[in-house]
Design a protein around this ligand. Structure first.
Ligand code: PBG
Ligand code: ZN
Length: 305
């Protein structure tokens, strides 16, 4: 009689790959999550394979950062090398590549800057180069998370021009300027060095605006549209799922994960029951795909129950 179910195939697990050798760095604010160097990433991939989760979202952390995010579109960059390795050794894992410049820029913003201003249009070309480079490395899906206007159309064009006509785009369409990304910025070493992301991410108070952003990305050629964060924005997921006949992804972000892990560690909540309730809530609201740091645990709980 249950109306909502979680399947292991709904889940996407984020991973962090860092430049260097023999590294497995715990992310302090996200218990259970690590940054791995490429030579040690197999440990994580084996865990993923055993869990039954078949999709990952990859974030790269380069050693060299500069104003123009050069490593983002370097074919020999850490993310590109990681993707080549993963697709070579684990071809069945679906690799979704996050596309954004903030892990690669010295200033930590998602686009190029001039003074204190983010340059929307100039950034597009760099996002295109990054997307093509990641697709060449073997990424199955390109996921722009930068929130620059017009990036989905630009990236679609660039992918098509380079014969990646069958590479889908999962767009972070309704991405809010949220405090819930705090722990991620430690994990990805991507905190802005000045200011905030409010000039390009959405105001947490706006829903109509979210619908416009989702519609724009559909019009520009997105194949999957995303709402992010998930739990504080279930109303946005719900409205999007009723309005658009498109696959909706929800990102259960780092802060949402850390709060659960912290309370569970204190013994204040039942981790498994809370997490499964959260997963059900996100699906009940209308998301089909759930990106979550809990993915491997959820898969295990689904299998044993
Ligand atoms: C990069 C990016 C962010 C997240 C995913 N891609 C951070 C941000 O915009 O600051 C957040 C993910 C999370 O908090 O788990 N733009
Ligand atoms: Zn970014």
């Amino acid at each position: 009689m249950r109306e909502t179910h979680i399947d292991i195939s709904d889940l996407v697990y984020p991973i962090f790959v860092i430049e260097g050798e023999n590294i497995k760095n715990p992310v302090e604010s996200m218990p259970g999550i690590y940054q791995y160097s490429v030579d040690r990433i197999d440990e994580e991939l084996e865990r993923i394979n055993e869990s039954g989760v078949s999709s990952i979202l990859i974030f790269g952390i380069p050693e060299h950062k500069d104003e123009k995010a050069s490593e983002a579109y370097n074919d020999e960059g850490v993310t590109q090398r990681a993707i080549r390795h993963i697709k070579g050794k684990y071809p069945d894992i679906i690799v979704i590549a996050d596309v954004c410049l903030c892990e690669y820029t010295s200033h930590g913003h998602c686009g190029l800057i001039c003074g204190n201003e983010i340059l929307n249009d100039e950034t597009l070309e760099y996002l295109c180069r990054m997307s093509v480079s990641l697709a060449k490395a073997g990424a199955d899906i390109i996921a722009p998370s930068d929130m620059m206007d017009g990036r989905v159309a630009a990236i679609r064009g660039a992918l098509d021009e380079n014969n990646f006509i069958n590479t889908p785009i999962m767009a972070y369409s309704a991405k809010y300027a949220s405090a819930y990304y705090g722990p991620f910025r430690e994990a990805a070493d991507s905190a802005p060095k000045f200011g905030d992301r409010k000039s390009y991410q959405m105001d947490v108070a706006n829903v109509k605006m979210a619908m416009r952003e989702l519609q724009d990305d559909i019009d520009e050629g997105a194949d999957i549209i995303m709402v992010k964060p998930a739990l504080a924005y279930l109303d946005v997921i719900k409205e999007a799922s009723q309005r658009f006949d498109y696959t909706i992804a929800a990102y259960n972000v780092s802060g949402e994960y850390s709060m659960v892990k912290a309370a569970a560690k204190m013994g204040w909540i039942d981790e498994e029951r809370i997490v499964m309730e959260n997963m059900i809530a996100i699906k009940r609201a209308g998301a089909k795909i759930i990106i979550t740091y809990h993915a491997l645990d959820v898969a295990r709980w689904i299998r044993v129950n």
